[in-house]
Design a protein around this ligand. Structure first.
Ligand SMILES: C[S@@+](CC[C@H](N)C(=O)[O-])C[C@H]1O[C@@H](n2cnc3c(N)ncnc32)[C@H](O)[C@@H]1O
Length: 237
């Protein structure tokens, strides 16, 4: 069988797709994810959707190259607007900003109905997406980290439900549990701490930041992240 390797970033999404899922891959571009999943027998067919014709054409070419043209349905649409509720039970949205992902979900409230599984890999605005999800009736059941080159990526496994409120640190770093098998977690927390400590330095030089509360807020966030890092280190002993 002709096949190919997925990048570690996309592989981390692929590993969360249940066997036999009805997958819709939103913002599919080359359609590597659905193509790989069909080639490896994880799913039988998929919807590959993209906002733009160029990426969707690339998706068609990939499917043709691997002889899967008949197993994929191509949709030129914004987010989930071209996908019917009954057509997908697993929705992957990878390689977009967190705000765009939230907009796509907000425009498709049916993602909260029934047994939908959402696999979301935001490239930016992760805290904003976590916050949006918790205030709109979604639960982040699990977060998985992957690394490509020097970059860390996070994928959220999300369903409908009520999530216990996330602390400021958890909005940045995600919720952690002692049972998590997450070899990249310590590095992720270190990077977030470096980011927040740089932000703190900047805010300490600004009189306005002290007055309007941004300095105190960043100090709380830093302490919260420090607590998560120490807790994680203790669990690893
Ligand atoms: C960086 S690519 C990611 C491709 C692939 N999902 C991955 O993770 O490697 C982002 C893709 O999302 C598409 N896109 C951006 N906004 C979108 C939207 N609102 N609805 C559907 N597709 C969108 C872009 O056209 C582009 O092809």
């Amino acid at each position: 069988m002709r096949t190919f390797e997925l990048s570690p970033r996309l592989r981390s999404v692929a590993d969360m797709v249940p066997k036999g899922a009805k997958l819709a891959d939103i913002g599919t571009d080359h359609a590597y994810l659905p193509t790989w999943l069909i080639l490896h027998g994880v799913i039988d067919r998929a919807i590959a959707a993209d906002l733009r014709e160029g990426p969707l054409e690339r998706a068609r070419l990939t499917a043709e190259k691997y002889g899967l043209g008949d197993y994929m349905s191509f949709r030129l649409c914004d987010g989930l607007s071209g996908v019917g509720e009954e057509e997908a039970d697993v929705i992957s949205i990878a390689g977009m900003g967190g705000e765009t992902i939230a907009e796509i979900l907000a425009a498709a409230p049916w993602t909260k109905s029934g047994e939908k599984l959402l696999l979301l890999q935001p490239m930016s605005a992760q805290p904003e997406l976590r916050s949006w999800l918790q205030s709109h009736g979604y639960v982040i059941c699990r977060e998985v980290l992957s690394k490509e080159g020097d970059t860390l990526y996070v994928t959220f496994q999300v369903t409908v439900g009520q999530m216990a409120p996330l602390s400021a640190g958890e909005l940045w770093a995600g919720r952690q549990q002692q049972s998590d098998n997450a070899p990249l977690r310590a590095e992720y927390l270190d990077r977030l701490m470096t980011q927040s400590s740089r932000a703190l330095e900047g805010l300490r030089r600004s009189a306005r930041a002290a007055e309007d509360g941004r300095l105190a807020e960043m100090e709380r966030l830093y302490q919260d992240l420090l607590h998560l890092k120490e807790e994680w280190a203790t669990w690893q002993q």
